[in-house]
Design a protein around this ligand. Structure first.
Ligand SMILES: [Ca+2]
Length: 433
């Protein structure tokens, strides 16, 4: 089990270490975060507010208090339920190395599955359609394990404009990253491969750490995550440099042709946030607009970074000065001005690469609402995190899926799906019955 995971011995260990008592006290300190609707767990083993986050979370994780003792989710005065267990139900299979799933927001109910080699395929009313929605295998370089067609995001006005954006590694250079827009050939039709309009071409120094995810956030702005360009330890220092788009979260306005820099961007260019290593997947909570980033770590920590809606940009998430809550190279580092993760978990028990997910906001499963689901690609472990009243977070392992989780995805109703890369299968997430 990883140090984040629930562990029958953790209660005893925490009691011995006295850490839980410290954390309980911390939980009673003045709140620094927002008040959330979900009451806290019975044992508040949480990171309590931004000020306490670094020290307490480190202690929490290192001493094995993670996850939980007596954890339950309160539903009202004095009522505490067990954290719901989850299960996966097979929706469709036969995909070729699927990396991502999303919807078009056009009321059609269709699901769109991105395949690594360069196709987007459609699940319509449960049936996988024979004709792809997009096929650009002729221009996608997908030989490397982190290369391929990485993401698609439908324009907020897709139903009217027929436009969607994709991120992929192309044949130029060592596999440069391209952000392009495609337009459908006719109303109700697929995207036209010949309609490509390249918005950004980002040179890559190495074949790995290409990012990359696309999602529209609050205000209809397009967010783009890019890795540090690869190599071990960010050898070029891209994460902390502001003269490169590598290791960043970008934000652009696509309502202007071809795109514009939104007025609030902190450096007057595409950069919205920095200090990221390989932010493979991120999402916005559809209820609050809060941003959740899963940033893949080097050799020790996998982390989840959160930015509350309405916060100005310019967050520095620390890489490569820090990995998770630790200084990356050496015993000391300048942590001033850095935004630390809300949670990090160690490389242990098979965990080695975080796959950022979504806050469940669907209607089918009220018991899962408000839980941020994410996973680990290597172990297949699915974890949940939820905010507690003290402004911090609590969490635990929700399922040992055994899958190679490339992504979580949402449909139009906010139901969540899991994309199994090696198996080529799409699953729907729900409570265990
Ligand atoms: Ca970080």
């Amino acid at each position: 089990m990883s140090e984040f995971a629930i562990d029958p011995g953790s209660a005893a260990r925490c009691a011995r270490a006295g850490v839980c008592q410290a954390l309980r006290r911390a939980a009673s300190m003045p709140r620094f975060g927002r008040r959330h609707e979900r009451p806290g767990p019975a044992c508040r083993v949480t990171i309590a507010g931004r000020v306490w986050a670094a020290a307490l979370a480190s202690a929490w994780l290192l001493l094995g208090c993670g996850g939980s003792i007596e954890v339950g989710i309160g539903i009202g005065d004095g009522d505490v339920l067990d954290v719901p267990k989850v299960m996966l139900s097979r929706v469709a299979d036969g995909f070729d190395a699927p990396l991502m799933l999303t919807h078009a927001g056009d009321g059609s109910g269709r699901l769109f599955v991105v395949e690594k080699a360069g196709r987007v395929r459609v699940i319509d009313d449960g049936a996988v359609q024979a004709e792809p929605f997009l096929d650009i295998r002729d221009r996608v370089r997908s030989g490397g394990s982190e290369q391929g067609l990485l993401s698609i995001a439908f324009a907020p006005d897709f139903a009217a404009t027929g436009q969607a954006y994709v991120l992929y590694t192309e044949e130029s250079g060592i596999g440069n990253v391209v952000l392009s827009r495609f337009t459908r050939a006719f109303l109700g039709g697929a995207l036209d491969p010949s309609s490509e309009r390249v918005l950004l071409r980002i040179p890559q120094p190495f074949t790995n750490h290409n990012g990359g995810h696309l999602a529209f956030g609050p205000g209809g702005l397009l967010y783009v995550s890019l890795g540090d360009g690869g190599g071990s330890g960010d050898p070029l220092g891209n994460g902390q440099r502001t003269d490169t788009l590598l290791g960043k979260l970008l934000r652009i306005d696509i309502s202007v042709e071809p795109y514009a820099i939104p007025p609030g961007n902190p450096f007057g260019d595409e950069i919205w946030a920095l200090g990221l290593r390989n932010p493979w997947r991120f999402s916005f909570d559809r209820a609050t607009g809060d941003l959740f980033i899963g940033d893949v770590g080097q050799d020790r920590w996998e982390e989840i970074d959160v930015v509350q809606a309405g916060t100005a940009g310019g967050q520095n998430f620390g890489w490569n000065r820090m990995e998770g809550f630790d200084c990356f190279a050496g015993s000391a580092c300048d942590t001033s001005g850095l935004t630390l993760p809300i949670v990090a978990y160690r490389h242990a028990g098979g965990d080695c690469s975080v796959t950022g997910g979504f806050v469940y906001r669907g209607r089918r499963h009220p018991g899962l609402r408000g839980i941020y689901f994410h996973g680990d690609f290597c172990s297949g472990r699915i974890r949940g995190l939820w905010p507690v009243l003290d402004g911090g977070w609590s969490g635990e392992v929700m399922l040992e899926s055994g899958l190679g989780i490339a992504s979580f995805g949402e449909d139009e109703d906010g139901e969540l799906y899991v994309v199994d890369l090696p198996g080529g299968v799409i699953y729907r997430l729900g409570p265990r019955t």
